[in-house]
Design a protein. Structure first.
Length: 359
């Protein structure tokens, strides 16, 4: 996918030339920086850091929850095919990251010269080749998960490329990004359960959240938009209510699993009390992560607060995925997804890539 869950373009680059052209830890000489690492090792480390920045590695923690939530919505236990779907999602997501920077290289040369491509740390041809290779790998992994999974992965890959190359700067951009997230959830359902119908409501909820975040992100470098964060705030409230209060009968597969004592619905097709409490808690975590920065951006739509709103919306993706899994009665899966949030924050701190963005 493209930058639905990405580290910041404007403020997250810890290495490379600054906007004013001053030296950084990567450009300073060993004598000036105190670095005694041999030149080739520094060069390899610099290239690895540039690719990590290009691919926004901390953002990958928001991806596995799509497939896991899809599997839960389909009423199936995660298995080897779910892992293949997650691998496919990760590859297609990273393909979108590389392709996005390749497509925006001229714009970034003016607005974000520290990014890996305009700063010269990653060649444009290498970024484009990487996007193609990752797309091929994503489709191959989906094919390994079965024909239903490939049938979802193919339009997902097409949506990623269409967004980055043609739709991002058009009114259809947010809808394309939302479609990519929804398809990613359906990929997990198709790979694990063989079908997607039961997962359509969860895909719609996740896609709606992505639509709101993407709409806010379109003004993150210029600010000035009150309507987008206000609409996103209202959307967050509506999604929280739908996820936590709208109880629907679980898929047939999970109802059947309840017979031998596996997780299943309670009386009248409702999830057990544990599921309901967990769903409510995760829904509250989702609202807390997204609502406050949206509210601040509504009061003051400056670029910094708009960027924080985008980051908050992206971070809220994980608790939303976990809430969707809990809502489907998959308690263990929901807890596994929720654990990705602190893991992602820890990785981001260690990688020096804390801020997030979409555009």
């Amino acid at each position: 996918m493209s930058r639905t869950v990405a580290t910041a373009r404007g403020a997250s680059a810890p290495a490379g030339p600054t906007a004013a052209g001053g030296p950084t830890a990567e450009t300073a000489t060993p004598a000036a920086s105190g670095d005694t690492t041999p030149g080739p090792s520094r060069s390899r480390s610099g290239r690895a850091g540039a690719w990590a920045e290009l691919l926004r590695l901390p953002a990958l923690f928001t991806v596995p929850g799509d497939a896991l939530a899809g599997a839960a919505a389909a009423g199936a236990r995660p298995g080897p095919r779910t892992l293949l779907a997650i691998g496919s999602s990760l590859c297609l997501y990273e393909a979108g990251m590389a392709l996005n920077d390749w497509a925006d290289r001229a714009e970034d040369a003016v607005e974000r010269p520290h990014r890996p491509i305009p700063s010269g740390r990653v060649r444009p041809a290498a970024a484009l080749a990487g996007a193609g290779a990752l797309t091929g790998a994503g489709l191959a992994l989906a094919a390994g998960a079965g024909r239903p999974a490939l049938a979802v992965a193919a339009p997902l890959a097409a949506t990623v490329w269409a967004y980055d190359l043609a739709l991002k700067h058009t009114p259809a951009g947010p809808a394309a990004m939302a479609a990519a997230r929804g398809l990613d959830l359906l990929l997990g359902a198709a790979a694990t359960g063989g079908g997607t119908r039961a997962a359509l409501p969860s895909a719609a909820l996740l896609g709606t959240h992505t639509l709101a975040v993407t709409a806010v992100s379109r003004r993150e470098t210029t600010g000035g938009s009150v309507l987008a964060p206000l609409a996103a705030l209202a959307t967050t409230g509506a999604l929280t209510r739908l996820v936590t209060h709208r109880r629907t009968r679980l898929p047939a597969g999970r109802r059947a699993a309840a017979a031998p004592g596996l997780p299943g619905p309670g009386p009248a097709g409702r999830p057990p009390r544990t599921d309901g409490v967990l769903t409510t808690a995760l829904g509250a975590a989702y609202a807390a992560a997204a609502a406050r920065p949206y509210f601040h951006a509504t009061l003051n739509p400056s670029p910094p607060l708009t960027q924080r709103a985008v980051g908050g919306g992206i971070r809220a993706t994980i608790p939303l995925q976990a809430a969707l899994a809990a809502r489907s009665g998959a308690v263990t899966t929901s807890l596994l997804v929720a654990a990705l949030a602190p893991a992602g924050r820890l990785f981001a701190r260690r990688a020096g890539m804390r801020k997030v963005s979409i555009t």
